[in-house]
Design a protein around this ligand. Structure first.
Ligand code: PEP
Ligand code: MG
Length: 618
């Protein structure tokens, strides 16, 4: 590691505006803990993916080291930066790379353990030598630690460098997962400023639901900051200022005041109907991650829960939740909100929501791996426990169950069959069963292509645009580097949504959108115009969304969306939508709570904040 600068120099970083709000506070660094090497044998078929995983890990470490070299070159000296050149050379050494690959291929060790074996023998050789070689042993140890963290990494490898004091702190670090965030006591985490990740990473979704301002994808912020540095975190515009000057602090103090007033003003919308000027009702539901949130959703004007991400109930535990624990949690939500509908999604673990109790094996492509409904259909014990808990909760109110990541009719039929079997078993136990509506999430292109067959077999559809965009465009939703390619208004995405709406309406069933796109002002109007019946989003976005829906004419929105479907690229769709709607949205004073695609880039964000300050000042 290069020595961190001890000066309190003001520095500004730009990332993605992932959860709105402003904080001025001290920071605490999240650091990687000591690595524990996992050791297991892999199958013959698994060797290719472990080798691939190892190569990708090495590339990632090389990128990290090059970054460090560049920072050291700028901030310290050329001589100090040269140490990293020698680290890069070691990582290119065929003796090391080929040695590890042959341990994976011939001995069938997992990548992390194979690397551990090879490095231990190299380190031992160097330590037993004399002179320069002996000195190089420390370099090898540094590389060993860094690479193993990458090959062995899981959320539990990360921890805070220091305890958070009274009053809370902003957390900064390379990465944080939803599991870790959920484990902090309420009020301790005032904000997140994270090097990796993006707006649709699950930790950002969780931060929004917990109303914790967040900026993601900040590059190497955590390399240039120390625990207890003061910073301004602007989650609305994606800005972080480390060691701010007096001028910054004064500006942002005013901004915090404006934000609080805007929040209060919004509550005038709470009891108004989400209805267009010409009388079209669009149901607005809340997305929740924790069952405790259910009690708050009506105070934000929601008409029900459109997506309860049940996997969050499984996080941060030493054992999987029992049927009773789950039945209690689901029943609480359903009972509390009755007669409002509550849509609970069955376990959607995997991707960036790894459950260490279940997803033990490292996968090279976790978003497309053993996850979600696939995992549930393989681990029927887990699925059936959840299903029975859900069925029990079903008699307490208006529950709907939906299955995530459906990619084929076979998966859907199997999931429905398990529901029926569990109903029968519970009936045999003497329970009285209320049949609930079953729905499918549409978030994989294959499901869109066979949507007519799916629509015939379910009671409702819910489009998970976060994943649908990722899989349609082949753009990893949590990779900040390619965030500009993650384009909700790509014609392929919009035409997919249209196909789903048509198929649902042909079968007389409702269709909802529960991805983050539902709450982006331009997308909201576009989706309404495409005929989507319901939108589901973080509670805080609902009141602003009502404002937007109440300001438009449904017929006009339909005409605009229909015209957009004929466009061949996202750029022209965005310009057209802005021409049609931007002024209207501006007049409504919408800006503070909704994550707008528009304001995630640096220049616009900076212009926006200065405009806002000038407006307050005048
Ligand atoms: C989605 O994919 O749009 C969705 C709502 O589910 P998640 O974000 O939890 O994957
Ligand atoms: Mg999804």
């Amino acid at each position: 590691m290069p020595p961190k600068q001890e000066t309190n120099q003001r520095k500004m970083f730009i990332g993605q505006a992932a959860s709105p709000g402003y904080v001025i506070a001290k920071t605490k660094l999240i650091v990687r803990q000591k690595v524990v090497v996992s050791q297991y044998k892999i199958s013959r078929e698994g060797t290719a993916s472990q080798i691939d995983f190892f190569r990708k890990g090495i590339m990632q470490v090389k990128r990290e080291i090059s970054n460090l070299r560049d920072i050291t070159l700028q901030a310290v000296s050329k001589k100090d930066s040269e140490i990293f050149d020698s680290h890069l050379m070691i990582l290119q050494d065929p003796l090391l790379i080929d040695g590890v690959i042959s341990l994976i291929r011939d001995e069938r060790w997992n990548a992390g353990y194979a690397f551990h074996l090879k490095m231990q023998s190299l380190i031992e050789n160097f330590e037993n030598s004399e002179g320069i070689l002996k000195e190089r042993a420390q370099d090898l140890k540094d590389i060993y630690n860094r690479t193993l963290l990458c090959l062995n990494s899981s959320e539990s490898d990360f921890a805070l460098q220091e305890e958070i004091e009274e009053g809370g702190a902003v957390l900064t670090g390379f990465s944080i997962g939803p599991n870790m965030l959920m484990n902090f006591d309420k009020g301790k985490v005032l904000g997140l400023a994270i090097d990796s990740g993006s707006v649709t990473s699950h930790v950002s979704i969780l931060a929004r639901s917990m109303q914790i301002p967040a900026v993601m994808g900040l590059g190497n912020l955590s390399e240039s900051i120390k625990s207890n540095d003061l910073l301004i975190l602007d989650g609305t515009n994606g800005i972080v200022i480390v060691n701010p000057d007096e001028n910054d602090i004064n500006k942002y103090k005013k901004q915090i005041e404006v934000f609080q007033n805007q929040k209060l003003e919004l509550f005038t919308m709470r009891d108004l109907e989400p209805i267009t000027m010409d009388g079209k009702y669009i149901r607005l539901n809340a997305n929740i991650e924790r069952y405790e949130e259910a009690s708050e959703i009506t105070s934000f004007g929601a008409s029900g829960v459109g997506l309860y991400r049940s996997e969050f109930l499984y996080f941060g535990r030493n054992a999987l939740p029992t049927r009773k624990e789950q039945a209690d949690a689901y029943s609480k939500v359903v009972n509390q909100l009755d007669p409002l509908p509550v849509t609970i999604r069955t376990l959607d673990a995997g991707g960036d929501k790894m459950l260490s109790l279940v997803n033990a094996e490292v996968e090279s492509n976790p978003f497309m791996g053993w996850r979600s409904i696939r995992l549930c259909l393989d681990r029927k014990d887990i699925f059936r426990t959840q299903m029975k808990a859900l069925i029990e909760a079903g008699s307490r109110g208006n529950l709907k169950i939906m299955f995530p990541m459906i990619s084929s009719i076979g998966e859907l039929e199997k999931a429905k069959e398990i529901y029926e079997e569990c109903c029968a078993e519970l009936r045999a136990e003497g329970l009285s069963i209320t049949k609930v509506e079953l729905g499918a999430m549409i978030e994989i292109p294959s499901a869109v292509i066979i949507i007519e067959e799916i629509a015939k077999r379910v009671d409702f559809l819910s489009i998970g645009t976060n994943d649908l965009i990722q899989f349609t465009l082949a753009v990893d939703r949590s990779n900040g580097k390619i965030a500009s390619l993650y384009e909700p208004h790509h014609p392929a995405v919009l035409r997919s949504i249209k196909l789903v709406v048509e198929a649902a309406h042909k079968e007389g069933i409702p269709v909802s959108v529960c991805g983050e796109m539902a709450a982006d002002p331009l997308s909201t109007l576009l989706l309404v115009g495409l005929g989507v019946d319901e939108l589901s989003m973080s509670s805080w976005c609902i009141m602003e969304c009502k404002k937007i829906i109440r300001s438009v004419n449904y017929d006009e929105a339909r005409a605009i969306s229909t015209e957009v479907l004929g466009f061949s690229d996202a750029g022209s769709i965005n310009s057209f939508l802005k021409k049609k709607y931007s002024q209207k949205i501006k007049n409504l004073g919408i800006s503070s709570f909704i994550i707008a695609q528009d304001f995630t880039t640096s220049d616009r964000a900076l212009i926006k904040i200065d405009d806002e300050i000038q407006r307050i000042g005048s």
